[in-house]
Ligand binder design. Structure first.
Ligand code: HEC
Length: 114
């Protein structure tokens, strides 16, 4: 049996698939956490770069569940979520983001440690 570049390539592909599966939680099909990370620079001013907010008036979003993050962002975008005075701070942050952007951000933050 020959062992060479093709064996190495197969192993690399398998590893890549395994890593991709780890990065994207099963409940977020089609979401791209790497893109979410790129978008997250906008969020860092309030939620910190790692989402583990140190300012007590802003919620920690790192490690929150994917579905809850996505729902919250959609509700801020549509202004359905407005009950707390601070919600107005979130509206401009998500108003221009697409559904795919929100899925990617949810996948990114839900993949971080709480
Ligand atoms: C100007 C400050 C600010 C920026 C920038 C900001 N947020 Fe927020 N965010 C807040 C505040 C304040 C709240 C709490 C709002 C409330 O519940 O009324 C919040 C709440 C949230 C929540 C809900 C958390 C929960 O536990 O209910 C999510 C999710 C969230 N932000 C995600 C993001 C993302 C993603 C971005 C970047 C695209 C972002 N935020 C940018 C201030 C900000």
């Amino acid at each position: 049996m020959k062992s060479g570049p093709s064996t190495t390539l197969s192993a690399t592909l398998l590893l890549t698939v395994a890593l991709a599966a780890t990065a994207a939680p099963a409940e977020s099909p089609g979401a791209d956490p790497a893109h979410g990370r790129e978008l997250s620079g906008e969020c860092a001013a309030c939620h910190d770069g790692d989402g583990r907010t140190r300012f007590s008036i802003y919620p920690r979003i790192a490690g929150q569940t994917y579905d809850y993050l996505l729902l919250s962002m959609k509700e801020f975008r549509s202004k359905e979520r407005h009950q707390a005075y601070a919600a107005t701070l979130m509206w401009p942050s998500v108003v221009k983001l697409s559904d795919q952007d929100l899925r990617d951000l949810a996948a990114y933050y839900s993949s971080l440690p709480w």
